[in-house]
Design a protein around this ligand. Structure first.
Ligand code: KIV
Length: 289
């Protein structure tokens, strides 16, 4: 019997994991090789986050990325045919202008290969959530530090530390779940807030900088792998030092090239001697082996 391909994870599968089984694992990916890494490692969800703007495209915030760029990255991830659910992040201004634009932009990410979309904000964004759900597209919410609001929030900082702010996050989470979101990301909130939200909503919470009481955890791949090492937020745990390892590897390549150790004969295509002689190329062949 041949091996059976494992079923792809769907938004209802994720929703059904509330209070059941081990915590959900979500990791970002932005192209086919990173999607393969995350999927083969067994993540439940791949988030094609608008963090692509910062960790891949070199911007200082997430506000610079467009729906077209997000669709480009979602499509690259989807081509890896991951088992994990692919969640496409709706970028800033893609769901703020009109219901029609919101649905079209969400559909662009689905056509590119996403099985769900994520958007930032609470009760203020319920119309957008409902419009997308009406188009039969599953929606993941995102509360707490919502990086698309960086200017309104006055910077990237922990949210919900004061009583009123904490209550707002809890009420927003309840409203998103009631509207039909299948999961909610909680970013940079105190663990007590994440615990109350997690206990208050019937859908999984997925935390980043939100402590251990969430139903799942998410990290940005480049942080987790140490590919992005310019800033290290408190909540990031690095499992590798890929930036340092990659820099050392490229430096060794440069050294091998400069000292004539690369390429070797084994890394070179050769032709039969007699053909080379006939071409009068013998003197060019393999002198550096
Ligand atoms: O864009 C992103 O990577 C995110 C995560 C930080 C949750 O939204």
């Amino acid at each position: 019997m041949g091996s059976v391909t494992p079923a792809r994870v769907t938004a209802p599968d994720v929703r059904s994991r509330k209070g059941d089984g081990p915590p959900l694992v979500m990791v970002t990916a932005y192209d086919a090789p990173t999607a393969r890494i995350v999927d083969e490692a067994g993540a439940d969800l791949i988030l094609v986050g608008d963090s692509v703007a910062m960790v891949v495209l070199g911007h200082d915030d997430t506000l610079q990325v467009t729906t077209e760029e997000m669709a480009h990255h979602v499509a690259a991830v989807a081509r890896a045919r991951p088992r994990a659910l692919v969640v496409g992040d709706l970028p800033w201004l893609s769901y703020h202008v009109s219901r029609e634009e919101t649905v079209r932009n969400a559909a662009a990410l689905v056509r590119a290969g996403a099985g769900a979309v994520k958007l930032e904000g609470g009760r203020k964004r319920l119309d957008a959530v409902r419009a997308i759900l009406d188009a039969e597209i599953p929606v993941m919410g995102h509360l707490g530090l919502t990086p698309q609001s960086v200017h309104a929030l006055g910077g990237f900082r922990v949210q919900g530390k004061e009583l009123e702010a904490a209550r707002t996050i809890v009420d927003d989470a309840v409203a998103l779940a009631e509207a039909g979101c299948f999961a909610v990301v909680l970013e940079c909130v105190p663990d007590a807030v994440a615990r109350i939200v997690t206990d208050s909503v019937p859908v999984p919470t997925i935390g980043i900088g939100a402590g251990r009481h969430c139903d799942g955890q998410v990290l940005v791949l480049h942080d987790l792998l140490g590919l992005e090492d310019r800033t290290t937020p408190k909540f990031v745990r690095r499992y590798a030092t890929l930036k340092a390892d990659a820099t050392a590897a490229v430096a060794r390549f440069a050294d091998d090239v400069r000292t004539g150790r690369f390429p070797s004969s084994g890394e070179t295509y050769h032709m039969a001697d007699e053909v080379a002689e006939a071409l009068d190329l013998t003197d060019l062949s393999d002198t550096r082996a």
